[in-house]
Design a protein around this ligand. Structure first.
Ligand SMILES: *Cc1c(COP(=O)(O)O)cnc(C)c1O
Length: 228
């Protein structure tokens, strides 16, 4: 039987153990509960169990659920691919966007973020395993994207996000995550900025991601069960 509250406990324990094992400061890795395709009831159970940050991938589905939940202290993160005709709904309903990989999208998010709203937190999605089919900016194009986004006043560039090629080898998982961490530090030096977020690690590889510096892990199936 699906037991969201118990699964949340187990995943949280894994995160705390990995922090300890890999010399990370306790309680510094944030758990994003990925609730895409899950019913509102499951989200309510997670909220009742104390979870506050949720990730969604499909704009219309997310907006419907956000309206039903109505809680003001929930932090909603958009983690899916971004179509330009959906940017307004994203700026209205989310405080974080993890999948930015083009200047045009960043520009629209900036222009549509209302002046009464706080700046939108942005992570750039990096195609760290250089897969042809995957979205995300290439490592080569990344500095240009950072340079274009930094002047946009309604966005805060928080860091980098990646979904590396699946691997069951921890060494391969770590090498991809390590690459993202090195890139974040290199960009911070190059532009004299202080990006503080590495959004990496999911159900199957969150320990490897935490070992390499993840500050946000995005976990779906290990909390809400396998997606059908
Ligand atoms: C679905 C999804 C996740 C969660 O993946 P699980 O393997 O179910 O933990 C994390 N990040 C992104 C971008 C996703 O789309």
């Amino acid at each position: 039987m699906l037991d969201v509250a118990n699964n949340l406990k187990t995943v949280t324990k894994r995160i705390r153990l990995a922090e300890a094992e890999f010399g990370r400061t306790a309680n510094t890795v944030k758990l994003l509960a990925v609730s895409k395709t899950r019913p509102v009831g499951d989200i309510r159970v997670a909220i009742a169990a104390g979870q506050r940050c949720f990730g969604e991938s499909y704009v219309q589905e997310a907006v419907d659920k956000i309206h039903q939940i109505e809680s003001t202290d929930i932090e909603w993160h958009f983690i899916g691919p971004i179509q330009s005709n959906k940017t307004r709904l994203i700026t209205t309903h989310f405080s974080w966007v993890h999948g930015v990989d083009r200047v045009k999208i960043a520009q629209r998010l900036n222009d549509q973020r209302g002046p009464h709203q706080t700046a939108l937190n942005i992570c750039l999605q990096v195609n760290v395993s250089d897969e042809k089919t995957k979205s995300g900016v290439s490592l080569e194009a990344l500095p240009g994207l950072v340079e274009a986004i930094l002047p946009l006043p309604n966005l805060v560039l928080r860091g980098l996000m990646a979904i590396p090629a699946k691997s069951r080898l921890v060494s391969e998982q770590r090498s991809a995550f390590g690459k993202l961490r090195e890139r974040l530090h290199a960009l911070n030096r190059q532009f004299s900025i202080n990006m503080d977020t590495l959004s990496m690690g999911m159900s199957n590889d969150l320990e490897a991601a935490i070992a390499e510096g993840a500050t946000i892990v995005r976990v779906g199936s290990d909390i809400f069960g396998a997606r059908r």
